[in-house]
Ligand binder design. Structure first.
Ligand code: ATP
Length: 278
């Protein structure tokens, strides 16, 4: 069996994360119409000057060079630290594009993004990557686990990139996996030998290992049955609450809206000018 050294493989894997993540911006096939309800809790927190996890101002994004190809046009959006929001919208309305902007995989064509009170979208690609690794946990639709690495090494890599170097990483990973109802013996198994539901939970553990202040998740429950999905939601929300982490949870599954006190649909976030998807 080939033993992969974290330091040797880190650079190529970091690149793979970025490439795969950018690719995920093009994917998705949900078909649910957005039934928009933006309740006032979010606005109330902002009003009382809570520190901000997310602050978007005049953000536009086009995949092409022409403004007629604008897919996102968000005049402003703020999320208070510790807030958890359910973000939904039709297929193609720009949810994944928005998550890719918030995780720094894409940068706005216009406008600014501040995260955790710091300018984010103006940072160099390298600094954005470093900021993401230290402060943001991301769960992509396709999980982006490194298939041939063990579960433990996948989680260790996230810790490596964050330069936090948890000396008790094995114990921390094992505790997280236990909370996510994964048996401890999965730690040494290659990621591609796990069921899809198990991979989803490993992706969550990897996103949480560095105790991020902001967690971005894209359709994380799509592979789970109803009871596993509800249990997963309880665990995820409890973990965020205990850590005081902000959460942007993207899904087209409207049955999950009940887990959140704040819900936003893409059309209400965007002003829908020109050919913008939202
Ligand atoms: N790499 C890309 N190049 C060009 N256009 C893209 C690319 N990725 C996405 N788009 C377009 O941007 C728009 C928003 O796509 P996005 O994937 O963000 O939507 P979504 O709301 O996440 O969709 P779904 O719910 O189907 O995942 C769509 O019109 C899509 O065709």
């Amino acid at each position: 069996m080939k033993v992969v050294n974290i330091d040797e493989s880190a650079h190529s894997v970091e690149s793979a994360y970025s490439v795969e993540s950018a690719h995920s911006a093009t994917s998705g096939d949900s078909m649910i119409s957005g039934d928009s309800t933006t309740n006032s809790k979010n606005a109330d927190s902002i009003k009382h000057n809570a520190p901000l996890a997310i602050n978007l101002q005049s953000v536009r994004y086009s995949y092409g060079t022409s403004s007629s190809e604008t897919v996102l046009d968000i005049p402003h959006w703020q999320l208070a630290q510790g807030e958890r929001v359910f973000l939904h919208g039709d297929s193609g309305s720009g949810k994944t594009t928005l998550l890719n902007l918030l995780s720094g995989i894409l940068t706005p064509t216009q406008g600014s993004i501040e995260l955790l009170g710091q300018p984010f979208s103006v940072l160099s690609a390298r600094r954005r990557d470093a900021f993401r690794a230290r402060h943001i946990g991301v769960v992509f639709q396709q999980f982006n686990l490194v298939p041939y690495l063990s579960v433990l090494k996948n989680i260790q890599l996230a810790n490596y990139f964050a330069a936090k170097r948890d000396k008790q990483i094995e114990e921390s990973a094992s505790a997280l996996l236990a909370k996510l109802n994964l048996p401890v013996n999965v730690m040494q198994k290659a990621a591609n030998t796990l069921s899809v539901g198990q991979q989803q939970r490993v992706a969550i553990a990897r996103a949480l290992i560095n105790q991020p202040e902001l967690l971005l998740v894209d359709e994380p429950t799509s592979a789970l049955d109803a009871s596993a999905r509800d249990a997963f939601m309880d665990i995820l929300l409890n973990m965020c609450e205990n850590a005081g982490a902000s959460l942007v949870f993207v899904s087209h599954d409207m049955s999950l809206q009940r887990f959140f006190s704040t819900s936003i649909d893409m059309p209400s976030l965007c002003q829908g000018k020109g050919n913008a998807a939202c």
